[in-house]
Design a protein around this ligand. Sequence first.
Ligand code: ZN
Ligand code: ZN
Ligand code: FE
Length: 750
Amino acid sequence: MRGLVQGVGFRPFVWHLAQQAGLVGEVLNDGGGVLIRLQSGAEGLMEALRGNPPPLARIDALELRDYTGPLPESGFHITASVGGAARTGITPDAATCPDCLAEVLEPENRRHRYAFTNCTNCGPRLSITRAIPYDRAHTTMADFPMCPACQGEYDAPGNRRYHAQPNACPDCGPQLELVDTAGQPVSGDPLDRVAALLKAGKIVAIKGLGGFQLAVDATNEPAIARLRTRKRRPTKPLALMLRDMDMAAEMVVLDGPARDLLQSWQAPIVLLEGRGGAAPNVAPNQARLGVMLPNTPLHHILMRALDRPIVLTSGNISGDPQITDNSEALQKLGGIADYFLLHDRDIANRMDDSVVQVIGDTPQILRRARGYAPAPLQLHEGFAKLPKVLAMGADLKNTFCLLANGRATLSQHMGDMQSPATQRDVRHNLALYQKIYDFSPDHIAVDMHPGYFSTRLGEGLVEVTHVQHHHAHIAAVMAEHGLPPDAPPVLGVVLDGLGYGDDGTIWGGEFLQADFRGYERLAHFPAIALPGGDKANQQPWRNLLAHLRAAFGPEADLRARFGPLPFLEAFEAKPLKMMGQMIDNNLNSPVASSAGRLFDAVAAALGLCFERQAYEGEAAMQLQALAETCLLDGGVYPVAIAEEIAWETLWTGILHDLSERVDANRIARRFHNTLVKVVVQNAFSIAENRSLETIVLSGGVMQNRLLFSAIEKRLQDKGLKVLAPVDYPANDGATSLGQATIAAARMNLH
Ligand code: ZN
Ligand code: ZN
Ligand code: FE
């Protein structure tokens, strides 16, 4: 058996089944997975395993072969591992299982209210792993020798904690401690005290599974405002932790797969329609709330001591990843948190909460970390024989990818590479993953962008392939859907922020005919200046200026043509002349065919984030949320569908609507509808011309579900097959997967 079959209780599980069926044989770990040797009864056992594997296991392949070697005389046994048991890697961290939760809540149990309870079916994994093979000595549990009771569980094949490496109890395991900002212990039961402090409006830093979190009462608006001010996070939505499914049903709309996602052992943050119950400043200008259920005993006990939801956001200082170390937390979060809930188990690997949204009946991962990484993706078998590739990803939402033996293993989301702390994380995780998977690359794949830190990190190691950013976006989706390395070309439609093009300009609204090996750029959004370079990414009014100049020319008098538009006053206060000269003379004004910056420009015209956006994608997210409040279809702006996509008539329509005082949500909706129409008609006519049957949709802008679902549906209605991101993000978090598969497929040519 191959897949996620080691460290998930597979051998005792097989042992149980074999005992019940009276089979004779043995089960062991080997280099490729789990090996079962039997005298007879293999078919029945395989069927039972396929139908109902252990909770955390994932069987990718189950092969049956004749065996003529020695076997036990009688009975069924778990025997010692052979042949380097490490190769199948480490499983993701898993949320508390129902059995462990029941023990924690049972007053008579020896683990009653014990915050670090776990078993083979749940608990920490990658976050505590320092080295391989995965046993206690190589985890941050090494400092906690098991007491006789725990050791007894660990040694008994029939026990739920057989070989559960992080097994612990109050007598032998990690302990909680509550301290104030001076590091002075606060007396009383730590979790009861934290609950009381939160109810009193205090901000508490909590050492969670993969890093520090900041908690505050989610119904207390002034307390949340204090957290926002101290954290310098004015508007970015904050995630909530809800006590249980009853509270979830009250606070969010539980459509489609939402229930299953929330209760899954991955326990991600799920973006769901809010029904009220949280303070308005939790997610300003957003229709959806990011909610999760408790995923460790610590969080379960805390939430049960509270009668309300809490904000639970990452404990970091702006731009940096989450803090994982007690003393660093006291030092760096001292100005944010009022109290610190610490414990004495180290976090070996930083792990953010994962984020998932739901589009119709389909979950779509936006951030892939806790619960998902490092579970590998089984690629099409055609990748099995290809060289080993390490791909370095992009600089935003960085992940890296190891491709070997037909499997692609993505690191957890690590964040933005401008931060030296993230760069350290990437180096640390690279070394760890290479050890865990006994991996040394034949080849490295990097982005084409010469300025990317991730590109420079990858260059100079072994032979390097440079991969175009949007080609990588497309290949990631092809890989996820199991396409072979020699698959025929698809039409990739990538609506994205910014990515380096092969002509030295910046791309981001692309129609590429692509297979794994290459691509051809068939159409794209018009290239519009980014006045001020990076500043244009943060200040949407700059994109508005550039778009209006491109649409109406440098001399246009908008006031004369459209009358007093609502944004004109703020606009005319800007240094428009100087900006115009910058654009005309190409001074710090690179051009970009970006879909993301078009959203920013339209948002600015409607007064959303006109001056600046506080986080990447804020303007576009607000524009989407506004459009979703328009219940009418709203119509479209006239846009000529020609060889070249152009936005003149789009802008004429928007400014005309603004001058007529049409509701902003209707304009936002019309803009979305127009974009859908342009994309669908272009995609359809290109697909027809080129006889392409499959369309791949990707790029960060495709996370906009209003846009995405309309595009997907209309293309399907036209008889095209649409492939879209599901388990790997549409954003830059999956570009490493695309880079790796492209590099591997290219090498197959030689
Ligand atoms: Zn458990
Ligand atoms: Zn113990
Ligand atoms: Fe991108």
